[in-house]
Design a binder for this molecule. Sequence first.
Ligand code: SF4
Ligand code: SF4
Length: 377
Amino acid sequence: MNENILLEQISSCIDCKNCNEVCDTFLVTQNPLQSPNGRLKIAEKVFHNKEIAEEEKFGLYTCTLCALCDLRCEQSIEISKIIHASKIKLVEQNKAPYEIHNKIIAGIVDNDNSVGGNPEERLDWLPDAYRKSEVYENKDSDTLLFLGCMSSFRVKESASASYEILKQAGFDFKIFEHEPCCGEYTYSAGKLDLAKKTFHDNFERFKKNGIKNIIVTCGGCFYAFNNVYPEYVEGWDIKVNHIIQVVHELEKNGKIKLNKLKREVTYHDACRMGRKIKDMDIYDEPREILEKCGFSINELEANRVNSLCCGAGSGVRGVDSELCISMGSNLVNTAKDDEIISSCPLCVFNFRYVDYKKKLGKNFRYITDCILEALEK
Ligand code: SF4
Ligand code: SF4
């Protein structure tokens, strides 16, 4: 984004501070440097190449980029975009990111994943019954099921259940034997040049393998392929869907049948399933399919477009894990049920981390795992 346009937007701020009222990080810390309004002022300094204090850099890097503040600004200031752009600028000035980001990004470069996973174990989630017959990219299909780092390594049932449902529905797709990272982590940390290289390398590989459609399980990958790749990759023409859109369609067309489980659950909308996703919001499909599974859904106070971040967005957990835990537990504590479902494996993983730290005793589940439980075999 053009810096002059960003500065113009910043100068239109009237300091009403309405945005601060919805910012999770500000509500937890009460630190103005960790508020949207405060971050805009830091970003302004960054764009003017002024020195910023360590606490100001920390303010920028503890933003989850959840974009909730954007909805509150009557001046239509794209606050979260500006914060992200200022991180990119800080990296250009060799003042960012943090060591933790560099360590994780080195892991992505060396091992193709952002979670410290052993690349040899990337496909451990693949059900044994299918392992023998799987031919990976050699299969003649133009649809790729892209699992991403979180599903492949940390919330493996989100990968295996998604794969299994598509197989049982007779859906035509393939997976990569050695899947790359989508680049979202690198991008949100502000390392734009490296992220752009990842985007271009991945596009080349998708093209080489005849990919015209990508199905993702992760909100982060969804955001990257749907919003970011089209901005930086010339000729990007790949259609991107989230697995829940595909499963919703399969159910509608009678390709899968679901039993009624009859339980009450809470559903959490990930930021990168709705307000962060350009030209799409996926709020109805997960609810409709969960209802078809017999679940009765109790809504969180903050839901759909107003949903709160799980606390881990944009690598905040690595920068301030206590803040991340506070945000996650504040959200989870508003849930009526012990069983909480999300369509993003990062949310599920982070909630489980929060649960472990706070001993909440809740059960966090990825949506296709619940659908698989209800699937008529
Ligand atoms: S809501 Fe908009 S105008 Fe008001 S303080 Fe926040 S950024 Fe500025
Ligand atoms: S994007 Fe989210 S965390 Fe960042 S300033 Fe806005 S509301 Fe706060």
